[in-house]
Design a protein around this ligand. Sequence first.
Ligand code: GDP
Length: 444
Amino acid sequence: MFDNLSEKLGGILDRLTRRGALTEADVDAAMREVRRALLEADVSLDVVRSFTERVREQAIGATVVKSVTPGQMVVKIVHDELVATLGSDGQSIDLHAVPPVAIMMVGLQGSGKTTTTAKLARRMVQRDKRKVLMASLDIYRPAAMEQLAVLGRDLDIPTLPIVDGQKPAQIAKRALEAGKLGGYDVVLLDTAGRTTLDEEMMSEAAEIKATANPHEVLLVADSLTGQDAVNLARAFDQRVGLTGIALTRVDGDGRGGAALSMRAVTGKPIKLMGTGEKTDALEDFHPSRIAGRILGMGDVVSLVEKAAANIDAEKAARTAERMRKGQFDLSDMREQLLQMASMGGISGLMGMMPGVAKMKNQIANAGIDDKIIKRQVALIDSMTRQERKSPDILKASRKKRIAAGAGGKVEDLNKLLKMHRNMADMMKAMGSGKRGPLAGIAQA
Ligand code: GDP
């Protein structure tokens, strides 16, 4: 799976990780190779362009974390961008609706629609313990109806009895009624496909959708058809409306162009992938796992993640140490403000800390909420280094200038300084061997 692409990207990045330092020209050269590899993998041109541009920007702007090489950082950036391009994790089939939940399968003939319907039914019955009914709406090909019935018998999953002369929308209605009467959790509707995309197929699908009001409309698309699969998805989504994509024959797809372009081009998530002919060859589509398979450099990615986490921990430990010594200046407070903002707000954090009820009130009185943290930070940013270290030196005229520079009022600055004083005092009091309360949070 994705073998060709994996091999090429692996080679390019491997050469990069072995170098000591990276120049902008090195990154550019590598991105040219990545671009070629992605285009050869049949990834859509727009996707390739924005992918390499995003990687390039980050690779050049990245601060290299101690203990990893610049090349290893680039591997991590490529990995994260692959994940972002593939979509986000946890986008699976949604069954949160009043049963029977209707799931409609659409797509071209031969894409693997009937097989995928049976695979999905099998998984819902065996893994999720749901009661599932399958129905074929392909009135044009009796063999297709029979194929689903055979699969159903093999798996011991009921299929809707075939009634000659009914239209697809009528069959869908009958399937849902049978689903309701029989106490089924899910009804899978396997619609008819044609060999090429045509208006008749689209209008039939739209009619079935209007009748059955399915909770999921899944396009079954053959990954081997590359960009054709992506164009098909776009057309189906515009005309019928899709909730997701089931990509089949991923087991034989050495390139990966459809998988990599689908989400970015259509905005629809790949929810399932078929990885073989047997009815158990169905997997959820996890972008992070797929990115891992494509790159095959999981050890480098986790190495960089660990190194980055260490840096954060070291920084927090240094701040904690300064607090213990009563050296909590406005630069430290700035760090803390930003950290608190990123951790879900001050009031929530304060509530979790024992013994800071008094300070909590003070903060509430000072009117600090997350929206004005930005303003607080801007005020601190307008000060000189010396002022941040010893705010006592601030005179009234200087305070006015600082406030004006940050687009705030002197009153705001005074509140900020008072809050800093209170925090510093409290930390000194709690110090003498004990850890400051904010430091504890910062490391949690
Ligand atoms: P339909 O016309 O869209 O209903 O397509 P079918 O379900 O009949 O599938 C066509 C062929 O593709 C069958 O031979 C399937 O066994 C095969 N097939 C379907 N899904 C996959 C898959 O994920 N991997 C592989 N290797 N073959 C598949």
